[in-house]
Design a protein around this ligand. Structure first.
Ligand SMILES: Nc1ncnc2c1ncn2[C@@H]1O[C@H](COP(=O)(O)OP(=O)(O)O)[C@@H](O)[C@H]1O
Ligand SMILES: [Mg+2]
Length: 424
């Protein structure tokens, strides 16, 4: 009997062993397939620089990897301390996209604040769960697996997958989501940096384009018209020679004055276009020369106050500061009906300050800034853009009949800080 009993047991253990071998095999198979997916994802993510497409890809990969019908990616908005649903895959997509929730809310908020992943297999028993966002029409959240997206020790977002189709989420699932999240976070950081760089480049292109338009306008309104007037004046002088020669001398005198004025206008335009002096001698001397050139023209007196020893800065910083001064002065000449404008350049250890103040009629800054599209001219806007390109702040203060004051504060690059002492 014992033998019989033994016999009945042995085949059973063989079956058990082969069952467990089969299970191990399946698990290994699954792990390999997860690894392959993860490797594909890592490769795809590292080559995607468009942020929108990248986020979409991450969410799809997460849902695919974990057999989940819904998944979403939320990014931290540091300015408001909120999480924003950037990509939502699944039935709730349209309802949730771009919705915001406080960092203190929901399971995603908890993950973002604590910087650790979490598994919740029954959300109805979890007090962190936010019912307003998790349940919508027919869609019901049952389980959530969420991991933080961490870059250089900082949580920039959260990725979640919902309602796994093949059973509860396991700690192994969590491990896979974390692996995906760490790849995704690096890719997002890269794409953001790339976007920042291309935004800056677009700003530069816009600024240059506007400069070209301004030059064309200035050439058209100034020298081109003066030259036509000179040509007409010469015709008049020729006729006068025949009918009233005594007046020719006066006519020629006024033509000469116009020619001198035109030549001065062209030189000033050339100077504005590319002040060679800026490269050779730096900001202080160049601004002084610019002010002296324009002083007294069109009834406006210009003053400049600076120590000649403000030091030297990288060429793009000097060129940008000069361009901002030019736009400010050109606005005073065009719009302010001012008697005087004062420019001042002041250098402290960590800060270079340029101010341009006029005693003209002033203007309502908020109404100008809210009407850019309609007006189609972008002088003040470009000043701000230029300032931001060199990490400077720009303050514009103006009020009707109170004049205008513009203050540009440029942080001195670390390498240049000793330069003041060296050049003083
Ligand atoms: N110093 C100033 N004094 C008076 N008004 C000014 C001054 N600077 C700018 N403005 C007003 O702001 C407007 C916008 O200036 P800007 O953006 O440079 O464009 P644009 O000079 O081409 O008109 C001007 O049209 C003018 O009404
Ligand atoms: Mg302007």
């Amino acid at each position: 009997m014992a033998e019989v009993a033994g016999k009945t047991k042995r085949p059973g253990s063989l079956v058990d062993r082969s069952k467990s071998l089969f299970a191990t095999n399946r698990r290994l198979h699954e792990q390999i397939s997860h690894l392959v997916t993860l490797q594909d994802v890592a490769q795809a993510l590292s080559s995607e620089l468009n942020l929108g497409r990248l986020l979409d890809r991450i969410v799809r990969s997460a849902a695919g990897l974990l057999h989940a019908p819904a998944s979403s990616l939320l990014m931290v908005d540091e300015s408001t301390n909120e999480l924003v649903f950037e990509v939502v895959l699944g039935e709730k997509g349209d309802y949730l996209r771009q919705r915001r929730m406080s960092l203190n809310e929901g399971i995603a908020g908890w993950v973002a604040i604590n910087g650790v992943p979490t598994i919740v297999n029954d959300v109805s028993k979890d007090c962190r769960f936010n019912r307003n966002l998790g349940e919508y029409d027919d869609f019901k959240t049952i389980s959530i697996l969420a991991a933080p997206l961490v870059v250089k020790g900082k949580t920039i977002g959260v990725i979640e997958v919902l309602n796994k189709a093949t059973g509860p989420f396991t700690s192994e699932d969590l491990h896979w989501l974390e692996a995906l999240a760490s790849q995704a976070a690096i890719a997002i950081d890269n794409a953001r940096l790339y976007q920042d760089v291309s935004d800056e480049r677009n700003k530069l292109i816009t600024v240059q384009e506007d400069m070209r338009k301004k030059l064309a306008r200035d050439l058209h309104d100034g020298p081109a018209q003066s030259l036509s007037a000179i040509a007409m004046g010469i015709d008049v002088a020729k006729k006068l020679l025949e009918v009233e020669p005594g007046r020719v001398r006066d006519e020629l005198e006024s033509l000469r004055a116009l020619a001198i004025k035109t030549s001065r206008e062209i030189r000033t335009l050339l100077f504005e276009l590319r002040p060679l002096m800026l490269e050779a001698q730096g900001l202080g001397p160049t601004l002084r020369c610019y002010v002296e050139r324009l002083d007294g023209t069109e009834g406006l007196s210009l003053h400049f106050d600076a120590l000649e020893t403000v030091g030297r800065f990288p060429p793009e910083v000097e060129a940008t500061i000069f361009a901002i001064a030019q736009e400010a002065v050109s606005n005073v000449r065009k719009h302010a009906s001012a008697r005087a404008v004062w420019l001042a350049l002041e250098r402290q250890e960590h800060l270079l300050t340029l101010s341009i103040r006029d005693d003209g009629k002033g203007f309502d800054l908020s109404s100008v800034e809210s009407n850019y599209e309609e007006r189609g001219s972008f002088g003040l806007f470009n000043m701000r853009e230029r300032a931001s390109l060199i990490g400077a702040s720009l303050e514009i203060r103006s009020a009707p009949s109170q004049g205008t004051a513009i203050t540009l504060k440029v942080p001195v690059p670390a390498g240049e800080r000793g330069a003041l002492a060296a050049s003083a």
